[in-house]
Design a protein around this ligand. Sequence first.
Ligand code: NDP
Ligand code: OXD
Length: 314
Amino acid sequence: MTLLLHLADFNERAWADRFQAALPDIRVVTRADSYDPAEISYIFVWKPKPEAFDGLSNLKLVLSLGAGVDALLRHPRLPELPIIRFMDADLTQRMSDYVVANVTMHQRLFTRFKRDQQARRWVQLYPAAAWHANVGIMGLGQLGMDAIRHLKPFGYKLRGWSRTPKAVEGVELFTGAEQFDAFLQGTDILVNLLPLTAETQGILNYETFSKLRRDGLDGEGPVIINAARGGHQREADIVRALKDGILKAASLDVFETEPLPKDSPLWEMDNAYITPHIAAASSEVTGVAYFSAVIRDHEAGKPLRNVVDRARGY
Ligand code: NDP
Ligand code: OXD
């Protein structure tokens, strides 16, 4: 039984050594090693190349280093086998850290005070208390629910939007396309934690921004925070909205093209807060622990966790 690592942009050798220590009874190989494709039972992938699955006739599971599987699901030769996506407490906590940091930064007007500091300007503008700020979370899955849990103690007015109905104490909830506008109309700070699917592609567009609440925060307009996928956002619309004031600011961790091209106007906009897709990295230590447990459980006939639903697309 062999585990193959196919991780573009990662140190495959380091991950392989760690997997080998965790799974001494299994052979662990990288793309650089020699192996017979028919010996591979498990493949662990990030950005798999077109030939990644060729010849893997005895594959049992596809293990995704990404918590988001949109790109993997578009792979032209993806086998019809269960896909297990990564999800653990470390990654979830990191995402909630990112969300809390950006929500509080915008609500406390740190962005405005930084500009005043640069201009040596003393303007006593008092940020409204957290309970006057409506934070709307798009996507109430593993990450959205954890972000809510972390934002709650600060006192924000929380609202959430998902595909199917939910009940979360102290959170105003909205479901499906028919309640999307109502969700937006009461939102000052819009946080995107949706998976990228045919339905959610391009959802962060000018029309969406125009529907957000305008008289909340300091009255300078709403804010968006996108930590999910670049495919959710129309960057030309973000640039336009940041320029004409439909949006006050945008915190963006993901982009239509990554790395963000050097000529993107977003780089120079002082109301755009750009990070290079680092909101919630997958840790080698917890990643190996998680997927080793998945393999051991599967070999022992135990149920699989975090199986991707291909029909839903996440
Ligand atoms: P989950 O699959 O656990 O949750 C997805 C949520 O989105 C669910 O609540 C789901 O609704 C909702 N949803 C899906 N489609 C729609 C729709 N059409 N309309 C309304 N709601 C919808 O995902 P996670 O929370 O684990 O992760 C979310 C995304 O975050 C990932 O797909 C990935 O792209 C991104 N990510 C980004 C990282 C980064 O570093 N920037 C790191 C990790 C993940 P329902 O509950 O009804 O099914
Ligand atoms: C992920 C990511 O999906 O890092 O895990 O974006």
